[in-house]
Design a protein around this ligand. Structure first.
Ligand SMILES: Nc1ncnc2c1ncn2[C@@H]1O[C@H](COP(=O)(O)OP(=O)(O)OP(=O)(O)O)[C@@H](O)[C@H]1O
Ligand SMILES: O=P(O)(O)OC[C@@]1(O)O[C@H](CO)[C@@H](O)[C@@H]1O
Length: 309
């Protein structure tokens, strides 16, 4: 089983507008609301790939009830700690006239020490039953920025391989706990190494820097330009087909899910990278974050180019 952790679960609301202008009244055409947050998105993609998955983390209030009901409707197994405060809403405003998306992300509920202790116990039990545990997304109020590092340490006594996909101080602390896999984007690699890579040579240097700090596998995702990965000291450059992206929000989560699915199925590393990239690209074809169609993934698998540098 693969367990995904979403400490800051959300209702992901997407408004599709024919033309969005700041400072003007807009009436919404299409509305879509779904259980979200990065770990839940990854769980949905894993489920769509047919991998046994369980989603955990914290949910609260009526938004939390919506999230659990929506996961049930999608037949995604879950085991969340319930909190008193309200889970957040993350709003994505899609401007159909130019394809731009604007994200408004609430900070999420307050988590108490006691609720964190309950979660710590749960994740260790789930870690014992999982081959992979994926930690994704922002850290809700009340929790320290070292929470991912602490939870990764708690999982050390299990055999689960840990994936970490977050940003800011949580990412910087998390790196010190040496997860098996990380997927920073270009902004996040700059937070980790202190320098934004300006070209491929600098990107390679940044990846070697991550490997030197004890990460077995790290991918920097580059949106439509694909990704670059270091695995056991070797660098892989992955290029993706050019597509008419509808909504790339959640492509990073789909990439992480594809990578986890590959490692879970013990595929060779190049096939893991192919599956990760195909899932990321397939997600960009969907209007909603964390959705892929199996036929799109299969079609893209044949079009991904990988070279060892
Ligand atoms: N426009 C696109 N065209 C083709 N593939 C894409 C596109 N956008 C994303 N991808 C695929 O998805 C992967 C991850 O995307 P991206 O780099 O945007 O992640 P991210 O910044 O973490 O996204 P998010 O935080 O919204 O989940 C890319 O490496 C690529 O394989
Ligand atoms: O605030 P976080 O946890 O960093 O990001 C939350 C979020 O923007 O990420 C997903 C896309 O990757 C969305 O489903 C969700 O709304």
């Amino acid at each position: 089983m693969i367990t995904t952790v979403t400490l800051n679960a959300a209702i992901d609301k997407t408004y599709v507008l024919s033309d969005f202008q700041l400072g003007k009244v807009s009436r919404i055409g299409q509305i879509h609301a779904v259980a979200g947050g990065k770990g839940i998105n990854a769980a949905r993609v894993l489920h769509q790939l047919g991998i046994r998955t369980l989603a955990t983390g914290f949910v609260g209030g009526s938004n939390g009830d919506f999230i659990l009901k929506n996961l049930d409707q999608q037949q995604i197994s879950h085991d969340f700690v319930k909190v008193d405060d309200e889970s957040r809403i993350c709003l994505n405003i899609m401007n159909a006239s130019n394809g731009e998306s604007t994200e408004l992300l609430e900070k999420g509920p307050l988590i108490t020490e006691q609720q964190l202790a309950e979660f710590r116990q749960k994740i260790v039990l789930l870690g014992q039953q999982s081959r992979i545990v994926i930690f994704s997304g922002s850290i809700p109020a009340g929790l320290s920025t070292s929470v991912y590092a602490e939870l990764i340490e708690a999982l050390r006594k299990t055999n689960a391989a840990v994936f970490l996909d977050t940003s800011g101080d949580g990412l910087i602390h998390g790196l010190k706990a040496a997860p098996f896999f990380m997927k920073p984007n270009e902004d996040e690699i700059a937070q980790l190494t202190g320098k934004r890579p300006e070209n491929e040579t600098e990107l390679v240097q940044s990846l070697h820097q991550l490997a030197d700090s004890g990460i077995e596998c790290a991918s920097v995702s580059l949106g439509a330009s694909g990704s670059m990965t270091v695995y056991k000291g070797t660098i892989y450059r992955v290029r993706v087909p050019s597509i008419e992206a509808l909504n790339p929000v959640g492509s990073g989560d789909a990439y992480v899910a594809g990578m986890a699915a590959g490692i879970y199925q013990e595929l060779p590393i190049e096939d893991c990278l192919r599956l990760a990239a195909a899932c990321g690209t397939a997600n960009a074809l969907s209007a909603h974050a964390g959705f892929v169609k199996r036929e799109d993934v299969d079609a893209f698998l044949k079009q991904i180019e990988i070279v060892q540098l």
